[in-house]
Design a protein around this ligand. Structure first.
Ligand code: GAP
Length: 520
């Protein structure tokens, strides 16, 4: 399967097996809004728990909150979202389609990067084991020429974005001869700014209702609760506040399935530190967060940091953790050193003193903030992209067929254990049900008696169930069952009494949290 086919397969797999559905599908759907199905919600909840436990349980100085989606409208003025949470958009006059100007240019950059990777892959095949990739990248004339074009375009793009130069962005699109994918023409309008916040009205008064926004990030709910949490929890700096919740953005370009949605979920943590110590903590959280990703056990080479060349005016360091999706390397998480910008602005706009009194130095200051911000839905897509495999598997009659298997980390799998009676008689279903009744308080188990054992294995491979147990006639006499491992397809005979320990160890979050994320 090439990457495009893999992605198509992933989208249809999500629907077929109850992971993700288009929202309002029976009404022809709502663009860039999705619903999670019976297995999707389990996987999503497991991802959230993996994040929450790694942040809140494993860090004594990080606590969680759950703030409201609606907030006072002045918060969005203070945060800068009313004036500056914009995307540059451009229309094609022939197709009447609307695009994000920056995304059109980023796609050009991605094409150049893909050209370089293609050259490297070709050379790898040509030279075999003697291939020195680093040397090839540094010296090959073709690679260097494309790299130079990439750097020049990237620099021009960053400059235009930095300067908010909308005419400059349009000129890049014209100079690069970018065409509309639908009409194939270069008949572009000027680039305009478009605010991404959804607005609605709250209550109703004689003067009219209050205009409020659906939050475009969960972070502001943390900033405006800084004083509440610090005082009620007697928190000492450095400390963090974590939150998981919905966010809403009126994205212009809704593409790539759940990668860019209009309603999505974030897992954010603001870490409050002494001014001057923020870059040390920035490095600390970079390290913790990349280990959290890598601990899931996928190919480490598919993750990379992308340091921001263009820093927001209030940030003094920023990086993204990117993953190699089937459509290229893209951001999953942002880590930002945001100085005291947000707290200082809320102090200014609310008129409340938002400071920390340091009992050791007897001084008061506005804390600096290091933020880690990751999308639940993007992580979900990342985990599925890395887990979905098609591979050959032996059939009962000694042949070979193709199986689709989700090699999810067992701790994240929706169903941990499936239990099958070999036949629907001779007391086997009753034993299978008894096993589930004994284990269902420890992890999610499912009973399945329909079709052949082979078909039942395939069904559970497709949803990523790490273990399948079969109850057969031997079970009746010696209380043992076969347990089949999803990835190796090896079956072992084990006593029923040992199932809890065997499965429990493998599917527990501890296996992911383990050594990778150390508490300080
Ligand atoms: N408080 C900082 C903040 O919101 P961001 O880079 O705009 O930063 C953080 O968003 C993360 O939220 C992203 O890395 C991404 O995983 C997720 N995210 C942002 N917009 C999204 C969208 N439209 N759909 C899905 N996930 C999104």
């Amino acid at each position: 399967m090439n990457q495009e086919e893999l992605f198509k397969k992933l989208v249809s797999h999500c629907k077929e097996y109850g992971f993700v559905f288009q929202s309002s599908e029976i009404y022809d759907g709502l663009s860039a809004v999705y619903d999670y199905g019976q297995y999707g919600v389990e996987l999503k909840n497991n991802i959230k728990k993996y994040w929450w436990d790694s942040m809140v349980l494993l860090h004594e100085n990080v606590v969680g909150i759950d703030s409201a989606i609606f907030m006072h409208p002045t918060i969005w003025k203070a945060s800068g979202h009313v004036d500056a949470f914009n995307d540059p958009l451009i229309d094609n006059r022939d197709s009447k389609k609307r695009y994000r100007a920056d995304v059109l240019i980023e796609d050009e950059l991605a094409k150049l990067e893909a050209k370089i990777e293609k050259e490297v892959e070709k050379a790898r095949k040509r030279f075999g084991d003697t291939f020195d990739e680093a040397l090839y990248r540094e010296t090959n004339a073709r690679v260097l020429e494309v790299r130079a074009r990439y750097d020049a375009l990237n620099q021009r793009f960053n400059q235009a974005m930095n300067d908010n130069d909308l005419a400059g962005l349009k000129q890049i699109i014209l100079d690069q001869e970018i065409v509309c994918p639908v009409s194939g023409t270069r008949n572009w309008t000027d680039v305009r700014q478009f605010n991404l916040m959804f607005a609605t009205e709250m209550g109703s008064t004689a003067d009219g209702a209050l205009k409020v926004f659906l939050r475009p990030e969960t972070a502001q709910g943390i900033f405006v609760n800084y004083l509440n949490v610090q005082k009620s929890g007697r928190m000492k700096i450095p400390f963090g506040i974590a939150q998981i919740g919905k966010a809403f953005r009126n994205e212009i370009v809704a593409r790539q399935f759940i990668f860019r949605m209009r309603e999505f979920e974030q897992m954010e943590m603001q870490f409050f530190v002494k001014p001057g110590e923020e870059l040390k903590w920035f490095e600390y959280w970079k390290d913790i967060r990349i280990r959290w990703h890598r601990q899931m056990g996928f190919n480490p080479g598919d993750y990379r940091f992308h340091d921001h060349e263009k820093l927001a005016h209030y940030a003094n360091a920023a990086t993204d953790i990117e993953y190699r999706f089937p459509f290229g390397f893209k951001e999953v998480e942002g880590i930002h050193s945001r100085t005291d910008f947000d707290l200082a602005r809320h102090q200014e706009f609310s008129g409340r003193k938002i400071q920390y009194f340091d009992p050791e130095t007897n001084e008061s200051y506005i804390p600096y903030v290091v933020e880690t911000s990751i999308g639940v839905d993007r992580t979900f897509l990342q985990v599925l992209s890395a887990s979905l495999h098609e591979e050959e598997a032996p059939t009962a009659d000694g042949g070979v067929d193709l199986r689709t298997v989700l090699k999810l980390p067992p701790a994240l799998a929706p169903v941990k254990l499936a239990v099958f009676p070999l036949v629907k008689k001779d007391g086997l279903p009753e034993i299978a049900r008894q096993i589930i009744n004994d284990l269902k308080f420890d992890f999610y188990c499912q009973y399945d008696e329909k079709d052949s054992i082979g078909k039942r294995y395939r069904r559970h491979d497709a949803i990523g169930t790490p273990y399948c147990v079969t109850v057969d006639h031997q079970t009746v006499s010696d209380e043992t069952v076969t347990i089949r491992n999803r990835d190796t397809m090896v079956q072992d005979r084990v006593p029923i009494a040992q199932l809890k320990e065997i499965v429990g160890q493998k599917v527990s979050l501890r296996s992911l949290l383990g050594d990778a994320i150390k508490s300080e």
